[in-house]
Design a binder for this molecule. Structure first.
Ligand code: HEC
Length: 506
């Protein structure tokens, strides 16, 4: 087979370049070190954002090659092999480009991805795929030039595509969430995939076997039928029905309920007024309370209207079990309502829009609404960085109660700006990475009720400060990488805040 005229065409050069590319790919993560979004030039981030576009090139090319190769294996057995190297070259080259873009994306958004295991696995999956793609190309080049056995090349090709599928799946899970594909799968398919059957929401909201009557049964009925008009800020007849205390306190006519006697309770009296009565509750136009709901309310009041007792602890419980069971799906309202009161209104009001657009022209690209329907506002100092100080941030103070996320990373703000966040009751995400803030800032933060994610990367906060965060049960993510917080304290934090992911970069 081997002859000298052929050996000149051996792909030595391609092999050399390919091996260099493989070495460079493998070295890349080691040379780059820890992701650090703040220090990345915009140019890198710009390229990084093309990753989701570019990655489809190698996927498409490789699937095409696999189809061709399978065709050759099964239908053209023994016939000449495809000597065209170009598709494989294009596949490998586009894999390198996609992976480098992905790498820049990862590093350009350092604090979003560092410590995120899925992101890191996706990064490595992509890298290994690109390296395998280049190697497959080299082997293909040799197979063609020596007219050798294609088995090795094919093995590598299928292996690379396997790695590619794995990496793509991780990538998709990263952007869309891991249940994106299967979320709407019908039950038969869920069974094949070994997933839980659907209908979970109903099960979750089913009543506990022995419910706390006021909390689990009575309050949800009132929530559904009455609270929209009897709540803080909109207490018709000066009556609030959103808490037990306010119901007992009553409205202009006195206490709404008379424990032990539904017949003497104004609440029941108003409900039982004839439907055409002016004061019938709920008023005309609102869905009327149902018989079983009323039966449960009356029984609960007659049994003493206790706010904490369970069904089994109240007299005559057996008589209402059926009525309670027939109430169905009552639970969700309360918790969801509390969460979304801020977003419940239909979009932002005009005054807020005016303030936001005024500030948006002063800080271009930094201020905006969370979404079109949302009255909540985001602020990011991404384009300002070192140009933003406490005085600059003070200008957005009218927005603070409306802010849902704030990125102050790498700005010149200090504890003074953080102290101004006290009214930020909607704030969920706050980035203070690489700022001059100290433990004093944490006093303010620990009191923010909605705060879920805080980034302290590269700040001087210490053990003392960070332990104050244990008072925040809603905390889901805490970035403590490169702070003065000790490993022992991080362990303690993990115990005190089991639901919180603590990112330390180690
Ligand atoms: C659509 C709005 C609306 C809904 C829903 C509603 N109410 Fe009312 N409610 C009112 C208004 C308005 C008044 C004041 C009537 C008046 O005094 O002129 C009132 C007054 C009352 C009063 C008298 C308070 C007082 O001390 O003066 C009671 C009791 C009451 N509502 C109970 C209920 C109950 C129980 C429900 C649920 C089953 C309910 N309401 C649902 C609008 C509503």
């Amino acid at each position: 087979m081997e002859d000298s005229s052929c050996s000149r065409k051996r792909p030595w050069f391609l092999t050399f370049v390919g091996l260099l590319a493989m070495a460079a790919l493998i070295a890349m993560p080691f040379l780059a070190g820890k992701p650090d979004g703040a220090k990345m030039p915009d140019w890198f981030r710009f390229v990084g954002h093309f990753h989701p576009v570019l990655l489809h090139l190698p996927i498409g090319v490789f699937l095409l090659i696999v189809c061709q190769e399978l065709g050759a294996m099964f239908f053209r057995r023994g016939k000449t092999r495809d000597a065209n190297l170009f598709p494989m070259f294009f596949g490998a080259a586009s894999a390198i480009v996609a992976v480098v873009a992905g790498f820049l994306l990862f590093h350009g958004h350092g604090d979003d991805y560092s410590g995120n295991e899925l992101a890191e696995r996706h990064l490595w999956g992509g890298l290994i795929f690109a390296v395998a793609a280049v190697f497959t190309f080299i082997v293909k080049a040799w197979t063609v030039s020596t007219a050798g056995n294609p088995a090795w090349y094919r093995l590598l090709l299928f292996g690379s595509v396997g790695v590619m599928s794995f990496a793509s799946h991780d990538g998709a899970s990263l952007t869309h969430g891991s249940d994106y594909l299967t979320k709407y799968a019908p039950d038969p398919i869920r069974r094949i995939l070994g997933l839980e059957p659907k209908q979970k929401p109903e099960e979750e909201s089913a009543l506990p076997a022995d419910p706390v009557v006021y909390v689990d049964v009575v309050a949800p009925i009132l929530e559904r039928r009455c609270v929209s008009c009897h709540k803080p800020g909109k207490a018709k007849g000066k009556l609030r029905l959103d808490t037990f205390e306010m119901m007992v306190k009553g409205g202009t006519e006195g206490p709404a309920i008379e424990a032990g006697s539904s017949a003497d309770s104004i609440l029941v009296e108003y409900i039982e007024l004839p439907e055409d009565d002016e004061f019938h509750m709920p008023p005309e136009g609102k869905p009327d309370i149902e018989e079983n709901e009323l039966a449960v309310l009356k029984w609960w009041i007659d049994s003493g209207a206790d706010p904490v007792k369970k069904l089994s602890e109240l007299a005559g419980a057996d008589g209402v079990r059926d009525a309670i069971a027939s109430l169905g799906n009552l639970k969700p309202a309360a918790a969801e309502e509390a969460k979304s009161t801020a977003t419940a209104h239909s979009g932002p009001d005009d005054e807020l829009k005016r303030v936001v657009s005024g500030l948006a022209s002063e800080f271009p690209g930094a201020v905006g609404f969370e979404s079109q329907e949302s009255p909540l506002v985001t602020f990011t100092a991404m384009s300002l960085r070192g140009n933003l100080d406490d005085n600059g941030f003070a200008k957005i103070s009218p927005l603070i109660p409306h802010l849902v996320s704030i990125d102050l990373s790498a700005t010149k703000v200090t504890d003074r700006s953080v102290a101004s966040l006290a009214p930020a009751k909607n704030l969920r995400m706050l980035r203070l990475a690489e700022t001059g803030i100290t433990d004093a800032a944490i006093e303010t933060l620990a009191k923010l009720p909605a705060l879920e994610s805080v980034n302290f990367y590269g700040t001087a906060i210490t053990d003392d400060g960070v332990m104050k965060l244990t008072a925040m049960p809603n905390l889901k993510r805490l970035y403590l990488w490169q702070t003065k917080v000790s490993p022992e304290t991080i362990e303690k934090l993990k115990q005190e805040l089991p639901a919180c992911e603590i990112v330390t970069g180690t």
